[in-house]
Ligand binder design. Sequence first.
Ligand code: NAP
Length: 275
Amino acid sequence: MKLAVIGYPIRHSKSPYMHNIWLEALNIEGQYEAIEVSPEQLEHQVKVLKEEEYSGFNVTIPHKESIIQYLDEVDHSAEVLGAVNTVVIKNGKCTGYNTDGQGFLQSLSAVRTEVDIKQAQILLLGAGGAAKGIAGALASFGVRKISIANRTPSKAEALVKAQKVPGEGLDLQTAQERLNEFDIVINTTSSGMYPNVDAAPVDSSFMKKGALAADIIYNPLRTQFLKQAESAEADTLNGIGMFVWQGALAFEKWTLQQPDTADMINKMTALMKQE
Ligand code: NAP
C-alpha cells in the first residue's frame, strides 16, 4: 500500500513517522512518504499519485482548498468546509474528506464528557481553515452555541453564519474581556506556534477556574496560551491528540483498520519533547 502527505514545505511533517509506525504495527505492507509539491505542481502530482496506484494521501498547507478542483468526488462535510485533508484513491478515482474537525472532537472526548461538551459555553479563537473544521464538527455534535473570536472579526462573523447553531462573532479584545464566561476555550490561531513561542491570541490567565483551555498547536507542547491557563487553574489540552486522531481517521479510510491512538499520543509527545 502506497500512502503520502503532500504540502509545501513538507520536510517538518510528523505524519510519515506516525503512519509508518501504524502500518508496521498492523502488519500492512506499505509505506507513507512526504512529497513536497509546489502549487504549480499540484494538478500533475494528483495524476502521478493515481497512475502510480497510491491508495490515498493527506493534504496539508497550502493545498487543502486548491486540491478540491482536481478530485473526482468530495465528501459532503469537506465540501461545505471547502477544505480537504484526506484523499482516498479507489479504482482510479480520488475522493476528498476532512478529518480535522472530527479529530479535534475525538481528542476533546478524552477530557470532557458528551454532556459537558454539549452544555459548555464554547469560545473558538481563530477563523482559519482549522477553525472551520472544528466549528463544523462541534455544530454537528450538537453544542448549543459557539462564540468565535478572530483578529479579523469579519471572518469570525462569516464563520458563525455558516454554522447550523446559534453563535456570535467577536473581536479578540471583547473575547479577552469576557474570557471568564467560557467553559471551553479553543485556540485555533497560529499565534504561539514555534518559533513565536511567547505569543498568545488572548491572556488566558483570566479564564474561569476548572474551565478547559485547548490549543491545537503541538509545537511547542505547552504554548503560552496553555501556560497562562494553568496559572488560572484551568485544565489544558495540547494539539497532539487532534493531530493523532485526524491521522487515525484518515488511516482507517485507507486501510479499514483502527490504529492505536493512545500509544501514538505517548510516542508523539515523547518525540515533540526532544524537538
Ligand atoms: P490559517 O487558515 O492560516 O488560519 C490562521 C488563523 O490564525 C486565522 O484565524 C488568523 O487570523 C489567526 N492568526 C494568525 N496569526 C495571528 C496572531 N499573531 N494573532 C492572532 N491571530 C492570529 O491556519 P490553520 O490551517 O487554521 O492553522 C492554524 C493553526 O492550527 C496552526 O498553528 C496549525 O499548525 C494548527 N493546526 C493543528 C492541527 C493538529 O492536528 N493539531 C491541524 C490543523 C492545524 P486572521 O484571520 O486575522 O488572519
